[in-house]
Design a protein. Structure first.
Length: 66
């Protein structure tokens, strides 16, 4: 498991103060990048070697609001 502490800003939320559903994807992508960096992979270096991570599909089941 990887945990990326983030700060939620007002602009990330909807009118009820809950994180807008589409913004979760931005947070997921940020966490993926930081996780790869933490385990020693730089995405730019990987791309230069021909390795590219592509998201083909996303399924999100929301359990609780953030």
């Amino acid at each position: 498991m990887y945990i990326l502490p983030i700060k939620i800003y007002y602009e990330d939320t909807d009118a009820q103060g809950v994180v807008y559903y589409a913004n979760y994807l931005k947070f997921f992508e940020r966490a993926r990048t930081e996780y790869l960096r933490e385990i020693g992979y730089d995405q730019k270096d990987l791309m230069e070697k021909g390795a590219i991570f592509v998201v083909r599909e996303v399924f999100i089941e929301f359990k609780n609001p953030a």
